[in-house]
Design a protein around this ligand. Sequence first.
Ligand code: NAD
Ligand code: TDX
Length: 354
Amino acid sequence: MTPCHLITGGAGFIGSCHVLQTRAAGIPVLTLDKLTYSGNLANLDSLRDDPGHVFVQGDIGNAELVSHLLRTHRPSAIINFAAESHVDRSILDPEAFIRTNVLGTTSLLRCALAYWQSLNPSEQRDFRFLHVSTDEVFGSLGPDDPAFTEQTPYAPNSPYAASKAASDHLVRAFHETYGLPVLITNCSNNYGPRQFPEKLIPLLIRNALARAPLPIYGTGENVRDWLHVDDHCAAIARVLEAGRPGRSYNIGGRAERGNLEVARAVCALLDEERPHAAGPYADLITFVADRPGHDWRYAMNCERIETELGWRARHSFASGLRETVRWYLDNADWLEAVQSGAYRQWLETNYARR
Ligand code: NAD
Ligand code: TDX
C-alpha cells in the first residue's frame, strides 16, 4: 500500500488545494489542522466519503498527538503548511505567529526527527519533510532590483516574515545538524479559490459585492508577484518528488502587478460578470493609511525549480483571476459562511481607524 503524506494546515487555503491534488494523484493523506479562524473543513468537503483521507483536528505544537499520529499512520512525507499567515494580524499580535510558526514548527521538526530515526534505512532514504515558506523572508525590493534568488540573504520586515524566516532557519538546521531530509519552498503571493477574505483579492471581491469601500494601502503602487494556488501546489509536489534534500526552491508567477492595478482588474471582471446598476465597482476604491513597514516589492527568480525540476506555472494571471472571481461568485455560501462575528471584528479592528 502507498504510504500516506501528513499534510499540516490542510484545511486552509493552500493546504486544502494540496490535499485535493495529492488525493487526485492517488496518495493517501492524513490532514492535521487546528482549525483556527482561517481553517475551514468545508474546503475538504469533497473528501467527506474518501477512505484515503483522514482528518485530525490538532496543533502542530502538540508533540504527544503528532508523535502518536506518526507512529500509527507512518507517513513517507510531512508537508508543513500550518501557520499564522496574515501580515496585518502579525502587526497586531506577533506572539501568535511565534507560537505556531516558530515554536510549533520546531516541535513538529523534533517529532519528525524522532520518527525518521526510527525508520529502516530504505524508509529513511525516501522520507521528506517539506516546509512551505514565503518570499517575504527576503525583505523588500526597489523598482529596479533583480528578483530574489535562493542565495538572497534573509531580511524579514514584518513579524509574520520574521517568524517564517526563523522557521526556515530551524528546518535547515535540522538538516545540517541531524541529517533530516528537509526541503524548503519559498513562494510568492497566491490567489485562487478558497482564500480567506482577509487577503487582498478575496477581500476586494467580498467588499465589492457588499458595496463596501475597497481599501488600498498607501498609494497602491506596492508590487506583488501573483501565482495561482494550483501552480504553487504542483510546484510543491514536484519538489517533493525530485528536490535535493537540504535545498530551498523559489516559486513565483512572473506576474508582478501593483496593488491598484490588481484592484482595477478585479473590478473590471466584476463589471463583466456581475454588473451593478450603481456604476462601476472601481468607484468603490478608497486609499487608506499604509501598512506599517509595508514591503515595496517582491519578485521571485525561479530558475532553479524551472531548470532543475522542469516546473512551469500553467495559469496566466488574467485567466486565473477571471476563474477566481467566478469561483467567489459561484460560491456565495462559502463566502457567507466564513464571515463570522470574529471576521467582522477583524474588519473593524484593521480598517476602522485607517
Ligand atoms: P491559511 O491561513 O489559509 O491556512 C493556514 C492553516 O493552518 C489553517 O487551516 C489553520 O487552521 C492552520 N493552522 C494554523 N495554526 C495551526 C497550528 N498551530 N497547528 C495546526 N494547524 C494550524 O494560510 P495559507 O495562505 O493557506 O498559507 C499556508 C502556508 O503557505 C503558510 O505557511 C504560509 O506562510 C505559506 N505561504 C502563503 C502564501 C500566500 O500567498 N497565501 C504565499 C507563500 C507562502
Ligand atoms: O486591505 C488591503 N489593502 C491593501 O492594499 C489588504 C489586505 C492588502 N493590501 C495590500 C498589502 C500588500 O501590498 O495588498 C498586498 C497584498 O496583501 P495581502 O493579501 O495581505 O498579502 P501580503 O501581505 O503580500 O502577504 C501574502 O503573500 C505572502 C500572504 O498573506 C502571505 O501569507 C504570503 O507569505
